[in-house]
Design a protein around this ligand. Structure first.
Ligand SMILES: NC(=O)c1ccc[n+]([C@@H]2O[C@H](COP(=O)([O-])OP(=O)(O)OC[C@H]3O[C@@H](n4cnc5c(N)ncnc54)[C@H](OP(=O)(O)O)[C@@H]3O)[C@@H](O)[C@H]2O)c1
Length: 229
């Protein structure tokens, strides 16, 4: 795996994205952030420490420009809208990232790599009801996030799909622990600080054990992690 010096953060202006920018700058990486033009102001705090490429993240020309020369690409996959935003974003990254680049994508526990995850009844209900309401209101399409991950899983690139548990704001509790299977006892607490989700994404860039895996994460300070870690 090559050394990481330049990193592109796709979806940099969101909550997760801004934490990832901070962690990447802490590691002295050169950072290129992609965000919707109307959200550029949300990155003002970083001043000239990052390069911003404004544009929709599913715009192939925008991504092609942003990922040039990047050894790592961190992508926030969101199900917003009804126009294939998540799958378009994933596809643009898969198509244009440097062949050697480490690609790390965010999503939730509802995504399954091999269908062997064991979901609780409440999580299944949450996904089914949330998915239906999102589609009915035409504001979110969870199936498109599933499609985005299907494309990633079948790609030959050095991808990792990080599956976040329920997220909370607040101070860091440290690098989350993980399992390949939702349903494992270690994940039972189902909570992670958003700042630590971002930390895991950035750490994954240099962890070759995570290549072509979909780790489901939980806070290392959560009850289930302390009991089963
Ligand atoms: N929220 C949770 O509890 C949770 C749980 C598990 C996993 N996750 C995963 O964590 C990641 C980050 O989620 P988050 O909830 O923390 O959100 P977030 O970091 O605030 O990111 C939201 C992203 O969606 C973009 N966005 C918002 N509305 C949009 C629209 N209508 N069209 C296109 N893009 C839009 C935002 O861009 P702008 O800055 O331009 O608005 C931003 O990049 C996602 O991959 C999610 O699946 C979240």
């Amino acid at each position: 795996m090559s050394e990481i010096t330049r990193v592109c953060i796709v979806g940099a202006s969101g909550k997760l994205g801004r934490y990832m920018v901070r962690h990447a700058l802490d590691r002295n990486y050169d950072v290129v952030g992609v965000c919707r033009p109307e959200s550029v102001g949300k990155l003002a705090d970083f001043g000239d420490r990052i390069t911003i490429v404004p544009g929709r993240t599913n715009d192939s020309a925008v991504i092609s420009q942003a990922v040039q020369g990047c050894d790592g690409v961190l992508t926030v996959l969101v199900p917003w809208g009804m126009d294939g935003y998540a799958s378009g974003t994933a596809q643009a990254v898969l198509d244009h990232a440097e062949p050697h680049a480490r690609l790390v994508f965010s999503c939730g526990w509802h995504i399954s790599l091999d269908g062997k995850d064991a979901y609780s009844r409440s999580l299944k209900a949450q996904v089914a009801i949330g998915g239906r309401i999102g589609k009915w209101l035409r504001i979110a399409d969870l199936d498109d996030q599933v499609e985005a991950c299907r494309r990633i899983f079948k790609s030959q690139t050095s991808w990792t799909v990080v599956r976040g548990s329920d997220l909370k704001e607040g101070e860091s509790e440290g690098l989350p622990v993980w399992s390949n299977r939702v349903g494992d006892a270690i994940l039972e607490s189902n909570r992670t600080k958003r700042i630590d989700f971002a930390l895991f994404m950035v750490e994954a860039l240099t962890n070759s054990d995570l290549i072509q895996t979909a780790p489901a994460i939980v806070s290392c300070r959560s009850e289930s992690a302390l009991a089963h870690g």
